[in-house]
Design a protein. Structure first.
Length: 121
């Protein structure tokens, strides 16, 4: 399922619901079919995401120091047969940055962000 986020000032973006859920939980928003980030909620939401990203980077650094990754890590194949690394290889920073950017751009213009999905996620 997809979640569409539309900024009143900066355009829109689409995320998979499972990834949006993680980011919304960090921010403290319910994962309802429709909702809004008001202008007043954007700054705390951005701060929460930045804090979580920093924490995740620190944890990844500690993990890398404790257990060096093998260079020949196996790749998975998707439905089309293309090789790709598992979702675990995508960091929180990579998942969160598009939303952080949208929020920062919207906050500069004192706008709001609406989201919508087919159902609660």
């Amino acid at each position: 399922m997809l979640v569409k986020l539309t900024s009143s000032t900066s355009g829109e973006m689409i995320m998979f619901a499972k990834h949006a859920r993680r980011l919304f939980e960090i921010i403290g928003k319910e994962c309802t079919a429709r909702g809004v980030f008001t202008a007043e909620q954007l700054a705390p939401a951005i701060a929460s995401l930045h804090a979580a990203v920093d924490e995740d980077k620190l944890a990844a650094k500690r993990h890398a120091e404790d257990e060096p990754q093998a260079e020949d890590e196996p790749l998975e194949k998707d439905e089309s047969g293309a090789d790709h690394q598992a979702d675990a290889q995508i960091s929180l920073a990579q998942r969160a940055q598009p939303l952080i950017n949208l929020m920062e751009w919207t906050a500069k213009e004192k706008g709001f962000i609406l989201w919508q999905a087919d159902k609660d996620f």
